[in-house]
Structure formats: structure tokens, C-alpha cells
Write a protein that binds this ligand. Structure first.
Ligand code: ADP
Ligand code: MG
Length: 446
């Protein structure tokens, strides 16, 4: 880069934008903003990778607003694609704030509501569209949208777009949006293979800026872990921790599945407080938006979420992220804890791990190159016995990890024939149908 960027003034932005940035209270550009904005302004196609909460939205919005300058014609010139309605609305909100001193027109297109109002808005003239791929395609198919003037196209949260299976829809869109002279930008928190593939199809000779290695968690997050033997005890631990209302004032609780999320939610609602909401993919769009609003507005203390429902959503000043379950994918761990410590606020991420999750957690620590300190369970915590099926399920996961480490390992269900190892593995061995399944699959592998 030719010139060192220290402040927003060093970026080639006009007075209108600088004043909006000031109103937003941004002092200095974040690292991804410093690096990406000058390259975008120089006309490059760009891949921008930076962890959640690092200001990617402004990194692509500011130069785009600068380029579009003022309202012009009827048809959109900029298109931003994002995977969910919540994200679309969040980006639109950000654009409206940054474009406050301009006459640029921004319209959001998303599903869950009828297209009529959105089509009417487009008809009034639009400069920037923020949309989910499905709704954009739908409205285009109705003939309500002219895409020939699009000169800037942005894929935000590209990793989520890929995870949610948007590739075929994106390919269709790329076919109908004129490619000539179009500047393309792709932003993502992580850069897995699928995103690389998308980047290859979507961008021309892109420059790539990567601000932090994708696996480094936000430094301001204080991480710790509790060893908790089973589900019931995890619930007891939640209840215990939440007694401290002052410390745990804005808490996101993550589960791996919507079933577990529902369980946690009902428990908190029943035992702790009605001040709790839940978001997961089975909830209606309106329920999810209301849940987010209540949590963001500070009306409720607790938000229970799954990875799919929560990725990329910007909620500020979360005091704690609780990993009620360890996510099997380390990227999800990084995304989860990115909810706290966002935008310069210090936060805490607490993981509850049982004996099977210890293995996943070890992997996570390896990848993020950190040792997360273990906290002692509170003295007065009620530790419940582990139900038999729950134990079997955990042993199965442990077997998998052990076999991966040692291909000759035959699994806990074989243990006794060789040498007895410990009580738990013997207990779960006894004549369960799943142990037969296990033997079979072990045999098949060898
Ligand atoms: P990302 O898309 O990378 O996850 P966002 O663009 O949603 O992150 O930004 C995260 C938060 O940081 C938002 O609340 C945003 O307003 C704030 N933010 C962005 N840029 C700056 C900045 N330069 N200074 C202070 N806060 C910022
Ligand atoms: Mg974002």
C-alpha cells in the first residue's frame, strides 16, 4: 500500500461520509477497514477476511457509498448479498447511518414477508440493494428489477452463504447480473475451501487481505472452561452462575442443536427468569427478530442460540458467551466467542465440557493455539449422576477419538477381552444394542 492509513481522514472519503462516521462514534478505522478500503477505492476485486466483529460492513460500505456518491437513475448500481434476513436488515441499518448525509437510496430484499412492498420500494428508485439471494432472484424473476446498471457486487458472510447451501442460487445470479466492468468484493470471517471456490467463480484477479489468522479468537475475550459430567449438572451450573445477576447481565448461551437449545430455554424460563429468548432455525422470522430486539435493547438477560441462527449477527456488549456444548467445528467456537469482546468491549467465554467434549476441546485449543484455564466447579453445585444412555453416547465419541489417534484401538466395548480399563466403559458395554453396532463398524474399518 502506497500510503499509511492512520485515520478515516487518510482514506479518500468525502465530507458527508466522514461526518456520518463521526456521528457513529468511530474514532479510527479498524485493521480490515484500513487495508481493504484503499484497495477497493483503487478498483480491485477483493477478498476480505477478518473475524466477526471487526468492522467488515463499513469496510465494504464506505468505499461503495463513495463510489455511488449520490442518487442516480432508477436501477440499483450496488448489490450486497447476505445469507439471512437479520443480517440483511443489519447491513441496511448500517448503510442508512453512513449514508445519512447523502441522498443515496437503499432497499432491503428478504423473505418471510410478501414481495409486494419491496417491489414498490424498488419502483421508487434505488441505488443499493441489500438482499438474500433467494428473494433477489424471486423479484428479478417477476421482472420487477433491472440489473444492467450494477457496477458493484458484494458477497458478505461468504462462509455462511456456503454453509447454508446458497451456491446454486449464487451461480444463477452471477449469470443474470452483467459482469462487464463490475467490481466484486467478497467478505468472510473464515476462508474454507468452499469459499475459495466461490471466490474463484465470482472475482477477477482479486487481491486478498486477511487481517488475523482465521483461527485466532478475539484477544479481548477472557476464556475459561468447566469440567461438568452431564447435561443435568450443566443445567445446575447455569443456575448457579446466573445467581450473580450483576456479572452475568447479558449472556448468550450456545447449543449445538435446536433440541438442546429448546431444553436450555425452557429450563431458564422455568427455573431462573422469564427474561430469556431463543433463536434457532425453526423459529419464525418475526419471532427471531423480536428475540434479537429484546436482547439487544437490554429487555432480557439471556439469549439461547444455535450456530446457524447466530452467525454474523452483531449484538454489542455481550457480557458472557456460554458454550453449553462444545461445537464440533472450531470455526464455530471462534464465531461464538466473537459475540463477546466485540468492538473493544471486554467479555468472557465459558465452556462447559463433559468427558467426551474434552476431546473436541483439546482440538480447538490446538487450532487456536491457546490453553484455556480450567475453573473449579462451585462447592455447592449439585452434581447429578450420569444417565446410562448419556454415558453410552459419550463413550462412543471417546472411542472415535481414540481410534483416530490409534487405529489399533478396538473401542471401549472390546476393552474387557483385552484388559479391563475402567468402570464406566464396562458399564456401557453390557449387552446394549448399540455396542453391537459399534463392533460391526469397528470390524468394517479394519
Ligand atoms: P463484522 O461484519 O466484521 O462482524 P461489523 O461490521 O458488524 O463486524 O462491526 C462490528 C461492530 O463494530 C459494529 O457495532 C460496528 O458499528 C462497530 N465498528 C465498526 N467499525 C468500527 C470502528 N472503526 N470503530 C469503532 N467501532 C466500529
Ligand atoms: Mg458482518
Amino acid at each position: 500500500m502506497a500510503q499509511e492509513i492512520h485515520s478515516f481522514e487518510d482514506l479518500k472519503l468525502n465530507r458527508q461520509l466522514l461526518s456520518a462516521i463521526e456521528d457513529l462514534g468511530f474514532d479510527t478505522p479498524s485493521p480490515i477497514q484500513k487495508q481493504a478500503i484503499p484497495l477497493i477505492q483503487a478498483g480491485h476485486d477483493l477478498i476480505g477476511i477478518a473475524q466477526t466483529g471487526t468492522g467488515k460492513t463499513a469496510a465494504f460500505t464506505l468505499p461503495t457509498l463513495m463510489k455511488l456518491k449520490y442518487a442516480q437513475g432508477e436501477n440499483p448500481r450496488g448489490i450486497i448479498l447476505s445469507p439471512t434476513k437479520e443480517l440483511v436488515l443489519q447491513i441496511k441499518e448500517h448503510i442508512i447511518q453512513m449514508a445519512a448525509n447523502t441522498d443515496l437510496r437503499c432497499v432491503a430484499l428478504y423473505g418471510g414477508v410478501g414481495p409486494k412492498t419491496q417491489i414498490e420500494e424498488i419502483k421508487k428508485g434505488v441505488d443499493i440493494l441489500v438482499c438474500t439471494p433467494g428473494r433477489l432472484m424471486e423479484i428479478y424473476a417477476k421482472g420487477a428489477l433491472v440489473l444492467k446498471d450494477v457496477n458493484t457486487m458484494i458477497l458478505d458472510e461468504a462462509d455462511r452463504l456456503m454453509d447454508m447451501g446458497f451456491m446454486p442460487q449464487l451461480r444463477n445470479l452471477l449469470e443474470i447480473i452483467p459482469h462487464k466492468n463490475r467490481q466484486n468484493l467478497l467478505f468472510s470471517a473464515t476462508f474454507p475451501e468452499k469459499v475459495e471456490e466461490l471466490a474463484g467463480e465470482f472475482l477477477d484477479f482479486p487481491v486478498r487481505v486477511e487481517v488475523t489468522p482465521e483461527s485466532t479468537p478475539v484477544e479481548t475475550v477472557n476464556q475459561k472452561v468447566y469440567h461438568v459430567p452431564n447435561f443435568r449438572t450443566k443445567i445446575n451450573l447455569l443456575e448457579k452462575l446466573f445467581e450473580d445477576e450483576e456479572t452475568f447481565h447479558r449472556v448468550m448461551i450456545f447449543a449445538n442443536t435446536k433440541e438442546v437449545a429448546n431444553n436450555i430455554f425452557s429450563f431458564i424460563e422455568r427455573k431462573v427468569t422469564k427474561d430469556v429468548r431463543i433463536i434457532h432455525s425453526n423459529k419464525g422470522q418475526n419471532a427471531r427478530i423480536n428475540a434479537m430486539k429484546d436482547f439487544e435493547g437490554g429487555d432480557v438477560r439471556f439469549l439461547v442460540a444455535t450456530d446457524v441462527s447466530a452467525r454474523g449477527i452483531d449484538i454489542k456488549e455481550v457480557s458472557h458467551v456460554i458454550n453449553f456444548e462444545t461445537p464440533p467445528k472450531y470455526e464455530d467456537y471462534v464465531h461464538r466467542i466473537g459475540r463477546t469482546g466485540r468492538a473493544y468491549h471486554v467479555g468472557e467465554a465459558i465452556s462447559f465440557i463433559n468427558k467426551a467434549e474434552e476431546y473436541h476441546f483439546k482440538e480447538i485449543q490446538k487450532v487456536i493455539k491457546m490453553n484455556i484455564p480450567v475453573s473449579k466447579l462451585p462447592e455447592d453445585l449439585t452434581v447429578e449422576p450420569t444417565p446410562r444412555q448419556e454415558n453410552i453416547d459419550m463413550e462412543r465419541v471417546i472411542d472415535k477419538f481414540k481410534r483416530r489417534a490409534d487405529p489399533n484401538f478396538k473401542g471401549a466395548f472390546h476393552e474387557k477381552k483385552r484388559k479391563p480399563q475402567n468402570n464406566t466403559s464396562q458399564k456401557s458395554r453390557k449387552g446394549s444394542s448399540s455396542s453391537r453396532g459399534r463392533n460391526k463398524s469397528t470390524r468394517r474399518r479394519r
